[in-house]
Write a protein that binds this ligand. Structure first.
Ligand code: ADP
Ligand code: MG
Length: 732
């Protein structure tokens, strides 16, 4: 691994942090997702403390009440009052801090002489920096035993850390306050950042000088010094901008080279054939296609007819009829003698897809069986749990080309599957794959299959451009006619227990009308870490109580695959009235007879997740009811999220709300938000300008250096590719 890096700078950056800071501190860093020297350098102070700045304690108090405050905080404040309590030898020192906007209580425990010593230090005139874990005492936040220093006219005095802090302060006029953890107080992080800077000092910047000039950013080492040990706010900001630009440049330059590569890729051109499978399918379709379905289909047909591989993202609401559109493209390929693959993110979904594709095709998907129409092809399903014997048979039919349509989980990509002639790969609900991975399946030399990625998670344009700069985007915004209304209500389960009772009654009424309901919980079992109701408890409680006498089933990810499939089948067939489930039913499940959904502890879910969940109902002609049960109080951000979901069914509106609330590119999935560092600072909404600038510079880089000879640029590209690979491994 070490020798993939061409420049001394990247070699130094990619070294494990433990080499600098030792195993113990290294472990503590790892808990924050920080593994390499690069990660340490990119872990930036959240606040800069200068001579004029104070921490806003009233804000801290607000955040605490909303449940959004950090666990570990560093505050700048004065001592307002102080008193000793308790009986010797164990005493308690209770301190109240203030910064003029609010107050915070601090407690120290210890023997008399120790407590006296703390009290003396805390009596010094001047403000202090207090850093520690925020805990809860009688419903108020407090700091127990924080590390602290007091800023006096003679310098910083205080507990053991004071010397270290003093050094930091004398070196620059600002102290950075970092997001910290129990084992990593802010001053330790600051010291490690300095070690990391020394580690890369004097190494040449990997970003070409002309790029830095045109982008007007400082060099890398200067940027690191500027963010961690700044002498002014402007300097800090300039350093930050370079580190942000670094990320934009890395992704854009990687994409620019991919685009160049893609220009060399060839694909088989599939033109529409009349009188084939597609025409037969269209003839049997029980409904007319919507205008948008027709328009998007035409885009796909045009793409497929080219010798350049299609790279298209199809986004559309749940139930907007994407699958039908994708299937028409797949049939075009089969008509031309090729094969098409449909990849689903989970086993349950792959099975559902197989069932609905088979249902839509009827005997057109029955293969070369007696009495089947001559155009018929074979639809096969291949997942991780396909038994070995059956698997061999399926693989044979794929290799011989008998199977025109292959449906499976992403696990398909991991194994070697031989195709006779793979023409099209459709990837459902999984937009995180790098192009390399999407292309891996069925590629032979320069010859690649066409690729269509489908998603019901609406992706704001800015995000699409940053991350999918190499994909064309098609969008379906209208739902097929005759789709029923779904009304959504937020139910405060603490203030209105009677409404919760009423909800279960309503479920029973729906069942009496022959309709079905979902009950969704955030958790599987009682012992799981996550908060909120568990599916097992809820199932037991409802079937013994409010829903006794109804046919209730349970579905979650830990059930064996065949049991999951069986429960889903029974629910789809109307053999169950109620399905108590986790988010396993999130995407793609299609039961038009389901009219009601009750989401327990709805605050545990994100906006897009709730939107996806709600998409499971109102898919038929009967109006739907969605109840979001919550104990989140009005005015909290969790409650705001639920109200937003209740106010609209427009996924694009909700995705903007979601993004604005998080201010993060987290829509891309969790690996971008946490863990990996490469896209840690870049926020697609805030940095649209720098992203556009990076994109145009990346084009110039490729023009000047089409063979990717520049070792620095090469390192940037490698870094992004490793990130994509990390996501890839996480997703499969
Ligand atoms: P998506 O994949 O976008 O969630 P599907 O393709 O699964 O949506 O379609 C959802 C449901 O709507 C399916 O039962 C499908 O047969 C049906 N459907 C699709 N297109 C139409 C249409 N034009 N008119 C009526 N029903 C449609
Ligand atoms: Mg679908």
């Amino acid at each position: 691994m070490a020798d993939v890096w061409q420049t001394p700078l990247f070699r130094a950056l990619e070294e494990p942090a433990t080499r600098l800071v030792g195993d113990k501190t290294g472990k503590a860093f790892e808990a924050l997702g920080i593994r390499t020297v690069h990660d340490v350098l990119r872990h930036l102070p959240r606040h800069l403390m200068s001579g004029t700045e104070t921490t806003d304690l009233s804000q801290l108090m607000d955040d605490y009440r909303r449940g959004t405050s950090d666990d570990y905080v560093a505050v700048v404040a004065r001592v307002a009052s102080m008193r000793q309590k308790g009986d010797p030898p164990r005493l308690r020192l209770e301190v109240r801090l203030t910064d003029g906007t609010g107050h915070l209580d601090v407690t120290f425990f210890g023997k008399k002489h120790v407590i006296d010593y703390w009290q003396k230090l805390l009596s010094l005139p001047g403000r202090g920096i207090f850093a520690g874990k925020l805990s809860s005492f009688r419903d108020s936040p407090q700091l127990a035993h924080p590390a602290f220093v007091i800023e006096t006219a003679k310098g910083l005095v205080g507990s053991a850390e004071s010397q270290r802090v003093a050094r930091q302060v004398t070196r620059s006029s600002y102290v950075g306050l970092y997001p910290q953890s129990a084992k990593l107080p802010t001053w330790t992080i600051s010291e490690c950042a300095e070690l990391a800077i020394e580690h890369i000092a004097g190494l040449e910047d990997a970003m070409p000088e002309w790029v830095r000039d045109e982008a007007d950013v400082v060099d890398f080492e200067a940027a690191c010094r500027a963010v961690h040990i700044p002498t002014s706010r402007e300097e800090h900001a300039a350093g930050r901008r370079r580190l942000i630009f670094d990320e934009a440049f890395a992704t854009q330059v990687a994409m620019a080279y991919r685009r160049q590569d893609a220009r060399l890729h060839r694909a088989h051109a599939w033109t529409r054939r009349t009188g084939g499978l597609l025409d037969a399918f269209d003839e049997r379709l029980p409904f007319p296609l919507t205008d948008q379905q027709v328009a998007v289909s035409d885009e796909l047909f045009a793409d497929l007819a080219r010798t350049r591989p299609m790279q298209r993202l199809l986004q559309g609401e749940v139930g907007s009829g994407k699958t039908v559109v994708a299937l028409r493209a797949m049939l075009t390929v089969v008509d031309g003698g090729g094969q098409a693959v449909l990849l689903a993110p989970t086993e349950v979904l792959a099975q559902q897809h197989a069932a609905s594709v088979r249902a839509l095709l009827g005997d057109l998907g029955a293969g070369a069986t007696l009495g089947a129409p001559e155009q018929a092809t074979d639809v096969v399903l291949l997942t991780g749990s396909t038994p070995a014997a059956q698997r061999r048979e399926v693989l044979d039919r794929i290799a011989s080309g008998e199977a025109g349509i292959v449906i499976g989980t992403h696990a398909l990509l991991e194994r070697r599957v031989e195709f006779a002639e793979l023409g099209l790969v459709v990837v459902d609900e999984q937009h995180r794959f790098g192009v390399e991975q999407r292309n891996a399946l069925g590629s032979r030399g320069d010859q690649h299959p066409h690729v269509l990625v489908m998603t019901a998670t609406p992706i704001p344009r800015s995000v699409a451009m940053t991350v999918f700069g190499d994909l064309e985007v098609s969008t379906i915004t209208e739902l097929p006619l005759g789709r029923a209304d779904v009304s959504t209500t937020v139910v405060d389960q603490v203030a209105r227990p009677a409404w919760v009772e009423r909800a279960w009654q309503r479920v029973a009424e729906e069942a009496a009308e022959g309709r079905q309901s979902f009950v969704i919980t955030p958790r599987i079992g009682a012992k799981d870490e996550a908060p909120g109701a568990s599916v097992e408890e809820t199932y037991a409680r409802l079937s013994a109580g409010p829903l006794a006498g109804l046919r209730v089933g349970m579905l979650h990810g830990r059930l064996p695959a065949d049991e999951k499939a069986d429960v889903m089948r029974r629910f789809a067939a109307g053999e169950l009235d109620v399905l108590v489930a986790t988010t396993v039913v999130e995407v793609g499940v299609d039961v038009p007879n389901a009219t009601m959904m009750v989401v327990c502890d709805a605050e545990s879910f994100g906006i897009s997740q709730l939107h996806q969940l709600r998409g499971r109902i109102g898919r038929g002609s009967h109006p739907g009811v969605c109840l979001l049960l919550t104990s989140a109080a009005a005015g909290t951000s969790a409650r705001d999220r639920l109200d937003a979901v209740a106010s609209t069914r427009d996924g694009f509106v909700l995705s903007e709300v979601d993004l604005a609330q998080r201010r993060e590119g987290d829509v891309l999935g969790r690996s971008q938000a946490g863990g990996r560092s490469s896209l840690r600072l870049l926020r697609v909404l805030d940095h649209a300008e720098d992203i556009a600038l990076a994109r145009s510079l990346a084009e110039k880089v490729v023009e000047r250096d089409p063979e990717l000879c520049d070792p620095g640029v090469r390192d940037y590209v490698t870094q992004v590719e490793q990130l994509a690979e990390g996501e890839w491994q996480e997703a499969t």
